[in-house]
Design a protein around this ligand. Structure first.
Ligand SMILES: [Zn+2]
Ligand SMILES: [Zn+2]
Length: 98
């Protein structure tokens, strides 16, 4: 058994495993908040649009400023340590080790 290693393209961390052949692993950096490093909470989108986005209501966002710090259907994880919370759409990063 030899060591294989690769660098995560997202966080730059070097991942090493013992493996006889090149192997693809997933880096878990997508689960950690890029702002504070805390482990984020998996975000479950509420598919009822009226609970988080009311585009049909002209009073919802009269100045069209609601583009940041807002959950979307792409959101996978959320860190509640910030106001507004940090929403992440980063999925698992595959890293080839060889
Ligand atoms: Zn990573
Ligand atoms: Zn955070």
């Amino acid at each position: 058994m030899k060591w294989v290693e690769g660098v995560c393209g997202e966080c730059g961390r070097i991942i090493r495993r013992r493996s006889p052949a090149p192997v693809v692993v997933t880096c878990d950096c997508h689960r950690y908040c890029p702002l504070c490093g805390a482990e984020m909470t998996p975000y479950t989108p509420d598919l009822n649009p009226h609970t988080y986005r009311r585009e049909d209501d002209p009073g919802w966002d009269p100045l069209s400023l609601a583009s940041k710090g807002e959950a979307s259907v792409e959101t996978l994880y959320v860190c509640g340590n910030h106001a507004p919370p940090h929403y992440s759409d980063q999925g698992p990063v595959e890293v080839l080790l060889r």
